[in-house]
Design a protein around this ligand. Structure first.
Ligand SMILES: [Zn+2]
Length: 103
């Protein structure tokens, strides 16, 4: 088994695991219930972890998770008014100043 991913939020870790599941990569979560109460930061060694069952899947798993992370962080959004694509970091359309659609 190899550690592929860790994050302080159990929700994010569960999402990461479902990304792997969809890709047919077997994985398990460790430390799932180790984090502290809400609002309390768990020490890094208590973060929930995603472990890939087959070592040979590990590289693919890490790539998949990086791509999934990127698509969340950097996906362009399309302006409903003028149809221009703006970077994810823009709250308003670069072209016409229209509001970013929610969701
Ligand atoms: Zn626009």
């Amino acid at each position: 088994m190899k550690l592929a991913y860790t994050h302080p939020s159990g929700i994010v870790v569960a999402q990461a695991r479902s990304v792997l599941e969809l890709a047919g990569i077997d994985s398990v979560i460790r430390n799932e219930f180790a984090s502290g109460a809400i609002g309390e930061l768990a020490p890094i060694d208590a973060w929930p972890e995603v472990w890939v069952v087959r070592d040979r899947d590990c590289d693919a798993a890490i790539r998949l998770l990086e791509e999934a992370q990127k698509s969340v962080d950097e996906a362009d959004w399309e302006c409903a008014l003028c149809g221009s694509a703006s970077p994810a970091t823009f709250e308003y359309c670069w072209h016409c100043g229209g509001d970013r659609p929610s969701g």
